[in-house]
Design a protein around this ligand. Structure first.
Ligand code: MG
Length: 235
């Protein structure tokens, strides 16, 4: 039976006062979420999203994981509407679940990312739902330019902004030893994509890999909250 050996780490960073990123780290489901909306909304939104995802996903199918994301969206939106303190809150949500046939179900809303590293090469499994992500897909901006673009954190999709949300979902085969990375923009805006493969392959265990990624983001500036989950596939 396919499962994940996973380690998560999140850090407030060097500039922010509170950490609005959240992580979920289980043997069949991993997730990161990057909340927004100020204190306390951002924290509430990201933590609510990952805990609802956990509650609603049993490992059945991609469809089940996608509907868990839609349920999380409704819950965040309802909570935001019910409290003045939480008005305008929202969150990204990016998750990978192992489903019954052993494949990986990947879901994403917002600009957090999932990567797969197989045989030393790294591939992003998700599209960023951000203004810069769309400009990159249209060929109008490079990845490098995006990291310092003034609109790099403006999202085109997020959880909690309305009763319905478009969820990107995809299925991927999994092989023993594949490594997965989930991360928020606090990681990929600080650590160049070219530097990620050597960090991902830098240790036998996943825990020191997660630590090394966060340490690298901190030493490159740590200008945002940072969240990473590193997982290895056990087939
Ligand atoms: Mg962020």
């Amino acid at each position: 039976m396919t499962s994940l050996q996973a380690a998560a780490r999140t850090d407030v960073g060097r500039v922010r006062d509170n950490n609005e990123d959240a992580v979920l780290c289980m043997d069949h489901l991993v997730a990161v979420a990057d909340g927004m909306g100020g204190h306390p909304g951002g924290e509430v939104a990201s933590n609510l999203a990952v805990s609802l995802l956990e509650a609603a996903f049993s490992g059945d199918s991609l469809k089940e994981l996608e509907s868990a994301v839609r349920a999380a969206n409704r819950a965040v939106a309802e909570r935001a509407a019910a409290s003045r303190d939480l008005e305008g809150m929202g969150t990204t949500l990016c998750a990978i679940g192992v489903i019954e046939d052993g494949r990986l179900a990947v879901v994403n809303v917002g600009d957090s990312r999932a990567y797969l590293m197989r045989d030393g090469s790294l591939r992003q499994l998700t599209d960023d739902h951000s203004i810069t992500g769309e400009l990159i897909r249209r060929g109008e901006l490079t990845e490098q330019e995006a990291a310092s673009h003034p609109h790099r954190s403006v999202l085109t999709r997020a959880l909690g902004c309305g009763p319905e949300v478009d969820v990107d979902g995809s299925l991927h085969s999994a092989a023993e030893g594949d490594r997965l990375l989930l991360c928020t923009d606090g990681l990929f805006n600080e650590v160049a994509e070219d530097d990620i493969p050597s960090l991902m392959g830098g240790a036998q265990e996943v825990r020191p890999v997660a630590d090394a990624l966060v340490e690298q983001a901190l030493s490159n500036g740590g200008r945002d909250n940072i969240a990473v989950v590193v997982a290895e596939v056990r087939a």
